[in-house]
Design a protein around this ligand. Structure first.
Ligand SMILES: CC/C=C\C/C=C\C/C=C\C=C\CC(=O)SCCNC(=O)CCNC(=O)[C@H](O)C(C)(C)COP(=O)(O)OP(=O)(O)OC[C@H]1O[C@@H](n2cnc3c(N)ncnc32)[C@H](O)[C@@H]1OP(=O)(O)O
Length: 365
């Protein structure tokens, strides 16, 4: 654990703001205004909202990165910073990770608004102007640009984006498709960092899984100490990498083996299985199913049981259970990055990713 914390110390807070502005992928975030707004609201970053209840010592981290909470470099950077801040905060003993279903953003603009196609524009003030219009997808970049000729004096508009019913769609495939080896390496290092921080956290961690959680989303869930999933037939969870033509790295595999045992992990990984909530419960991939509207409250009740155990005893035990798995990656980080980069940049793998992306988009059409 100490190693994990020492390793993570290299993420300085001064670097956070610059990372956030540099890596904004779609140009849909207006970083500075959002960041200051989030600070006023006691949240820490645009894609992630954190509320720490000082009376219980429990923080709720809500992922709010539409459309599917995919784990981009931006997202992972914010996630790690937030985790590090909570880890350093002695008053925080427990962490619940979940997804928000709605997300509000503030944009400062003059007369043009650029957003993704799932955006609804609700209100624009001042001048008073109400528009309610679902945008259609128009450009090859995936961005929609509309001009509001009647609102040439727009100063501030409140934009609400809707998240799909997902916990997290896993790694952002666009971070692995058509990117330079350097950028892929940077991305993979951030994926490693996210897992090291979460799996090695001193806090008691609970995943409140209120939506689908494939691949990297599943990794995030099994990186926690306990998993509560919404009993909704539309949701699934699992490490489905082979379905994309890619191979789950050894530390994904190790985390799954530690959670469900060797045989279930073998079947699950080789077939790239996505489990329904009841099937996930059956193999121990999640610990509890509850009605969707009770996921968070159950996580909070469960957390109080975890926090009834003296911290030092729980932390040392957790370290004893997970240290070997964590150390294996720590001593192979560079080789793991090299492997990832050479694997993911292969033509054949890039073709698989392209076909998978096309499949995702055509499924919708
Ligand atoms: C030898 C070995 C050495 C080293 C190791 C090497 C390699 C290991 C490498 C990688 C490991 C990767 C792990 C991963 O996490 S890969 C990501 C896997 N994720 C998935 O398969 C999920 C795909 N998504 C879905 O199934 C669905 O989107 C959903 C169930 C999450 C939600 O369904 P919805 O119907 O609600 O939403 P959609 O319309 O499908 O999606 C909306 C929108 O979002 C885009 N999108 C979805 N998922 C992703 C994603 N993971 N990354 C980027 N973008 C995503 C989707 O295309 C839609 O986009 P458009 O609106 O059409 O533009």
């Amino acid at each position: 654990m100490a190693n994990v914390l020492r390793n993570s110390a290299k993420f300085g807070f001064s670097g956070v703001l610059s990372q956030l502005s540099i890596h904004s992928r779609h140009g849909r975030e207006c970083v500075s205004p959002c960041f200051s707004l989030q600070q006023r609201n006691n949240s820490t970053s645009p894609k992630i909202k954190v509320d720490l209840d000082n009376s219980t010592g429990v923080a709720v981290l809500r992922m709010q990165s539409p459309p599917v909470n995919s784990l981009s470099l931006d997202f992972l950077t914010e996630f790690c910073i937030n985790l590090e801040k909570l880890e350093m905060d002695k008053s925080c003993r427990g962490l619940i990770i979940t997804s928000v279903s709605t997300h509000t953003h503030t944009h400062t603009d003059t007369d043009t608004v650029t957003q993704s196609h799932k955006t609804m524009i609700h209100t624009i003030t001042p001048p008073v102007c109400v528009v309610s219009q679902t945008l259609s997808k128009v450009s090859s970049t995936g961005l929609d640009i509309i001009t509001l000729p009647v609102c040439v004096c727009v100063c501030v508009c409140l934009v609400s984006q809707t998240l799909s019913k997902v916990f997290s769609a896993g790694l952002d495939i666009m971070e692995m498709y058509g990117k330079s080896p350097e950028r892929c390496g940077e991305f993979w290092k951030a994926v490693q960092e996210m897992w090291l921080k979460l799996y090695g956290s001193n806090m008691a961690t609970i995943a409140a899984i209120n939506g689908s959680s494939p691949a990297g989303g599943c990794l995030m869930s099994i990186g926690c100490d306990y998993r509560i999933m919404a009993d909704n037939p539309r949701y699934s969870i699992g490490l489905n990498e082979t379905q994309l033509g890619i191979v789950a790295p050894f530390w994904f595999k190790d985390t799954l083996v530690n959670t469900v045992g060797n045989r279930a992990a073998e079947l699950s990984l080789e077939l790239g299985l996505l489990y329904s909530a009841p099937d996930a419960l059956k193999i121990g991939l999640v610990d509890q199913l509850v009605p969707e509207d009770q996921v968070l409250s159950t996580a909070q009740d469960t957390m109080s049981k975890w926090l009834a155990v003296p911290d030092h005893a729980r932390q040392i035990t957790k370290s004893m259970m997970r240290k070997q798995t964590i150390d294996k990656l720590l001593s192979n980080r560079e080789a793991d990055i090299t492997n990832f980069v050479s694997f993911i940049t292969k033509d054949s793998i890039q073709r698989s990713l392209r076909m998978y992306l096309e499949m995702l988009k055509s499924r919708k059409a």
